[in-house]
Design a protein around this ligand. Structure first.
Ligand SMILES: Nc1ncnc2c1ncn2[C@@H]1O[C@H](COP(=O)(O)OP(=O)(O)OP(=O)(O)O)[C@@H](O)[C@H]1O
Ligand SMILES: O=P(O)(O)OC[C@@]1(O)O[C@H](CO)[C@@H](O)[C@@H]1O
Length: 314
């Protein structure tokens, strides 16, 4: 069982247009909505593959009702904590060449009691969980150290915890030493405070974090695949996709696949292959749709345990 916590979930509306022109009226050629927020997507990706998961999230307002309904109809188990504010609506503008422009709202302001209820619900649901996963941004009102507290509370009980976030809440969580983190290229650079132009730089930055006590650092690198670093492994995997449709949520699918691999007893390098397969499959799908088992069938990830460290990262 994998429990996800998404303090700031969303309804994701994806709008397709021919080309984005600032200041102009665009006639959309298509649109779709998906339940969203990073942890919600991790749970959706796991549920789509038949894996046991529950998504913990705050839910309020009309968008909250819609989010609950969308999760129910997708068969994603969820524990929604009622809040007085309204769940946000995030917009993705998708162009035919795969360019994705995102507009993310700040989300509802949570009260102290609502934040405490979210944390308590996550911990209650986590008693027999293989992994507890905190993902995404903090809504207004949530403390910067919410993930750091989650990390400490899960680890005190002997559980395993993974975090994927950005900014101050991610740095605070990293300082609390989760078992696993999944930054993307930009988030890793932000964590270590300098640019990472080559795979060697990414590896070295990830190793720094492993030497601080994080067991698994998985770095997603968009079209350059992903790297997993542990105390004794440096593995790179890539599954090129010729015409990506939407990259929204690909990192969440990658994390879901990685955790699924680890929780079913695979070594980190093999779990990385599952992660990259799920992540690459996600970019072939519209909006933030998560891959079904059939969507994974044509994806082949190449794994190397001795990657070319001079590879420039886009
Ligand atoms: N253009 C692409 N071609 C092939 N695979 C891709 C592409 N973009 C992403 N992927 C796959 O998806 C994974 C996650 O991508 P990325 O690094 O963009 O995540 P992210 O920035 O965390 O995304 P998000 O925040 O939208 O979930 C990559 O590791 C890779 O497997
Ligand atoms: O604003 P955050 O919490 O950083 O990210 C939220 C979000 O962009 O992340 C998911 C894709 O990873 C989307 O479902 C959602 O809209």
């Amino acid at each position: 069982m994998i429990v996800t916590l998404t303090p700031n979930p969303s309804i994701d509306r994806a709008v397709l247009i021919d080309a984005l022109r600032r200041g102009e009226v665009h006639r959309a050629t298509g649109s779709r909505i998906d339940p969203g927020g990073k942890g919600v997507n991790v749970s959706r990706a796991l549920a789509a593959q038949g894996a046991d998961t529950v998504a913990v999230l705050p839910s309020g307002g009309p968008e909250g009702h819609l989010l609950d309904e969308l999760l129910d109809s997708a068969g994603v188990a969820h524990a929604s904590v009622p809040v007085s504010g309204t769940v946000r609506m995030n917009i993705s503008v998708l162009e035919p060449d795969g360019t994705t422009t995102k507009l993310n709202e700040p989300g509802p302001t949570l009260s102290e009691a609502e934040v405490a209820a979210l944390l308590d619900t996550t911990l209650e649901r986590s008693s027999s969980a293989g992994w507890v996963v905190g993902c995404g941004s903090m809504p207004p009102g949530a403390p910067t150290d919410l993930y750091a507290v989650l990390v400490r509370r899960v680890r005190e009980r002997g559980g395993r915890v993974a975090i994927d976030s950005s900014g101050a809440s991610f740095s605070a969580a990293v300082a609390a030493t989760p078992n696993l983190i999944k930054p993307n290229h930009e988030e890793l650079a932000e964590l270590v405070g300098h640019e990472l132009p080559m795979l060697r730089d990414v590896r070295d930055a990830a190793r720094e974090l492993v030497s601080d006590g994080i067991e698994v650092v998985a770095v997603s690198l968009g079209g350059d695949g992903a790297l997993v670093i542990t105390a004794d492994v440096c593995a790179h995997a890539i599954a090129p996709i010729s015409a990506p449709l939407s990259t929204v949520g690909a990192g969440d699918c990658m994390l879901a696949g990685l955790l699924h691999g680890l929780s079913t007893g695979h070594e980190p390098a093999d779990a990385l292959v599952t992660g990259v397969t799920w992540g690459s499959a996600a970019v072939t799908l519209p909006g933030s749709r998560v891959p079904s088992p059939a969507d994974l069938a044509g994806i082949r990830a190449e794994l190397t345990l001795d990657p070319d460290l001079s590879r420039a990262i886009r």
